[in-house]
Design a protein around this ligand. Structure first.
Ligand SMILES: [Zn+2]
Length: 280
């Protein structure tokens, strides 16, 4: 007979986050609630602990609302997609509405709970929207142009912020997309309709499934602690981006997740080219 593992309390969560060096730090958090085993109070408790230890707390509220076909003549080449199948050619385009845009199911229970909490702010981006609370949340989330993938995350990084991985690996670490951009990879381009009915370009990041291959190059930047059964890790984002950008530039094949991935193929070629240009 085996005893049920003890449920993780808010106090033990907060203590673990402090051991990771996160007291008073702005944090961008990627999480698997299941990884903790049981948590007293569930996702709300994880969020309470993050808010009590960190300062500004950001979690991804990503979705994939930008499925509008490109305007005529705007089919960028090397754009990580098959134009014949990727876009919604059936339904008429509708303006992107942040208030009604769902958070993608893959974001997990903590993000979905965060999105529903009173007081959580959200950046207006049809793909890489971030959720946030704390002293800088309003300022960082108000500044998220559609031409940028991760502007709020860049602001957090510049303020000495940390990425926190709670039971997830580098394939969930959005900050590595910033390293890709620093390495010269242009974001992919998708399209969404704004509130005025204008179809505009939206910068989107590529595939992250292969990022786990970057671990040997950055493991020393992460502090790691067990919280319940959760392997919790944290690293300063600016250092992580500075470390990985030259690695990606020198060894671009490292991030390829598999032979058939169009996004990995085109990211390794440095991303989209204008429709009428010659290959680089
Ligand atoms: Zn891929």
């Amino acid at each position: 007979m085996s005893a049920l593992p003890l449920a993780v309390s808010e106090a033990s969560l907060a203590a673990g986050l402090r051991r990771l060096g996160l007291a008073g730090k702005p944090v961008a958090v990627h999480s698997s609630l299941r990884s903790f085993g049981r948590v007293e109070g569930g996702a709300e408790t994880v969020l309470n602990a993050l808010q009590s230890v960190g300062s500004t707390v950001l979690l991804p509220g990503f979705q994939c609302a930008a499925k509008i076909p490109p305007p005529p003549g705007q089919r960028y080449r090397q754009n990580g997609c098959d134009y014949a199948v990727h876009f919604d050619f059936i339904n008429p385009p509708r303006p992107f509405e942040l208030l009604t845009a769902p958070v993608h199911p893959k974001m997990g229970a903590v993000c979905h709970t965060f999105a529903r909490r009173p007081g959580t702010l959200r950046s207006n981006h049809p793909w890489h929207s971030w959720l946030g609370v704390g002293p800088q949340a309003a300022a960082w989330l108000a500044d998220h142009p559609w031409e940028s993938t991760g502007r709020p995350l860049e602001k957090l990084a510049a303020a000495g912020g940390y990425v926190v991985l709670l039971g997830v690996d580098l394939s969930s670490c959005t900050a590595i997309h910033l390293a890709e951009e620093h390495a010269g990879r242009r974001p992919f381009i998708r399209w969404a309709m704004d509130a005025r009915g204008v179809i505009r370009e939206v910068a989107t990041s590529g595939c992250a499934k292969g990022f786990t291959a970057l671990l040997p190059f950055c493991q020393d930047l992460f502090r790691s602690e067990l919280i319940g059964t959760c392997r919790a890790q944290a690293a300063p984002i600016a250092d992580l981006v500075d470390r990985l950008a030259p690695v990606i530039r020198a060894q671009p094949e490292l991030t390829r997740c598999g032979p058939d991935c169009l996004r990995c193929r085109d990211a390794i070629l440095c991303g989209p080219l204008p429709p009428d240009s010659l290959p680089a």
